[in-house]
Design a protein around this ligand. Structure first.
Ligand SMILES: Nc1nc2c(ncn2[C@@H]2O[C@H](COP(=O)(O)OP(=O)(O)OP(=O)(O)O)[C@@H](O)[C@H]2O)c(=O)[nH]1
Ligand SMILES: [Mg+2]
Length: 455
């Protein structure tokens, strides 16, 4: 039986990105790509729609989604946009809004909206969970920087952990642009990270800067909008969340089951230690819609590009340093490359099922991994012959590795400098957050960053 998951969209970012993700998953599921048999396609379609949608009595697909934003505007837009598409809808009554947001204030979102909305949010989560024949878990989408997604979102992640202790929580979470949009975004980010790294099973950090680079460099978009960022992020997330099979004709990679519980597979394969729960995500290729039909790729070149992106910590396959490589005898002090705890590769498209151990050998190099990760837990390969979103071939990689803390140092430092100067603190303490809470959050996030650094 397929396990289903409930998407929890929190705040403006969570609602917009979550909507884009559902749309991407649905569009992909209903396609009938060339080179894939009708019966296999039927199976793919069934697993995808059962996981993320519920078929209503009228045959319509209702998203398994709970949406919470304190401002109603974006929620109403999402509902209307899904309805107008004529393809899928949001379930009626599974949204919660108030009159106004949290004004980029984590404390307001967590302390005020959190406690006031707790019962209603929990009731929506329970109702949606009860609609699943078998619940795998929750995909909780939000941003790190605003007030509702980050503050109320942190509260909701904790609420889910307390009330659904056996369900998986996968948490795609958006990092703000480094250049900064609001002064307090670094406070919000530290407070949120401290909470989600405690209660979620894995957080996929999606940097707006990285998404922007994909838009401008790979897709050649001049004026990058939030919608463009979401289209790229949704593409990447869907490429790991859609059905695939473990590449099991290979002793190294064998897993004893077919993929029917997507969230569980992800968490099991990438997050082997409670101190290390941050994932990064990258995909190749990214193509403008008009180029997709005319582009051809081969697996060795896509895998090579992915390997180099992983080594150099690039999120776009342009401008990488191809000189960086794993040296035969790397002195321990040259930490040029990251150390991973668990990686997942997803290959989608013609010929993916025929690849063998040799094609992935470089991803199994033990120098890429922390010394205590067993070799059969290092890299997990999932594949399907089916094209993903009409791409002839595509590769995505979900990785738990020591480069994931890139950018977090700066966030912590900026927040700490403001904290020691007591800047903006009164805006947080007036809603009940104490300096002690800040200190605890700093300690938690710094500990995680230090643990990754020591790998
Ligand atoms: N990628 C992406 N980032 C977004 C989106 N919407 C907002 N952001 C980013 O998220 C941060 C702001 O968070 P929001 O989600 O707008 O805030 P909120 O949760 O609605 O909270 P309040 O408005 O303060 O109540 C900023 O860093 C934005 O750049 C989106 O749709 N996609
Ligand atoms: Mg908002």
């Amino acid at each position: 039986m397929t396990s289903s998951s409930v998407l929890v969209q929190l705040g403006q970012c969570g609602t917009q990105l979550g909507h884009n993700l559902l749309d991407t998953i649905y569009q992909d599921a209903v396609e009938c790509p060339l080179g894939f048999s009708a019966s296999q396609n039927e199976r793919y379609h069934r697993i995808s729609t059962e996981t993320y949608f519920k078929e209503s009595k009228t045959g319509f697909h209702e998203a398994r989604a709970v949406t919470v934003d304190m401002e109603p505007k974006v929620v109403n837009q999402a509902i209307e946009s899904a309805r107008r598409s004529g393809k899928w809808t949001y379930p009626a009554g599974m949204q919660l809004c108030r009159k106004s947001g949290s004004g980029n204030n984590w404390s307001y979102g967590f302390q005020i909206h959190g406690s006031r909305c707790e019962n209603e949010v929990l009731s929506l989560l329970r109702k949606e969970a009860e609609k699943c024949d078998r619940l795998s878990g929750f995909i909780v989408v939000m941003s790190l920087a605003g007030g509702t997604g980050s503050g109320l979102g942190s509260y909701v992640v904790q609420l889910i952990k307390d009330n659904f202790p056996h369900s998986v929580i996968l948490n795609p979470i958006v990092m703000p642009y480094k250049a900064g949009e609001v002064a307090v975004q670094n406070y919000n980010a530290v407070l949120t990270l401290s909470c989600v790294l405690t209660h979620a099973d894995a957080s996929v950090l999606l940097h707006n800067d990285h998404l922007h680079n994909v838009c401008s460099k790979s897709l050649n978009i001049d004026k990058v909008s939030i919608n463009h960022l979401n289209t790229v992020a949704a593409h990447q997330l869907a490429s790991v969340l859609q059905p695939a099979d473990s590449l099991s004709n290979n002793s190294l990679l064998e897993l004893p089951y077919k993929r029917q519980d997507i969230l569980f597979d992800i968490v099991r394969s990438t997050s082997c230690h409670s101190q290390y729960k941050i994932l990064t995500l990258r995909s190749v290729p990214h193509l403008a819609d008009r180029s997709i039909a005319f582009s051809t790729f081969n697996w060795p070149s896509l895998l090579k590009r992915m390997k180099q992106m992983h080594l150099t910590n690039f999120f776009v396959d342009e401008g990488m340093d191809w000189q960086v490589r794993l040296e035969k005898s790397m002195p321990s002090y040259t930490k040029q490359h990251s150390k991973s705890l668990g990686n997942m590769l997803f290959l989608r498209g013609e010929g993916a099922g025929k690849l063998t151990e040799n094609d992935f050998q470089e991803f199994f190099d033990s120098r890429l991994y922390a010394s205590w990760v067993p070799s059969d837990e290092q890299c997990h390969i999932w594949s399907t012959q089916r094209r993903f979103r009409q791409y002839e071939k595509s590769v995505s990689m979900l990785s738990n590795n020591s480069f994931c803390t890139e950018g977090l140092d700066t966030v912590i430092n900026k927040a700490w400098n403001m904290f020691t100067a007591k800047a903006y603190l009164h805006q947080y303490t007036k809603y009940g957050l104490e300096e002690e809470d800040f200190l605890n959050a700093f300690v938690k996030v710094e500990n995680v960053v230090n643990s990754y650094r020591k790998l």
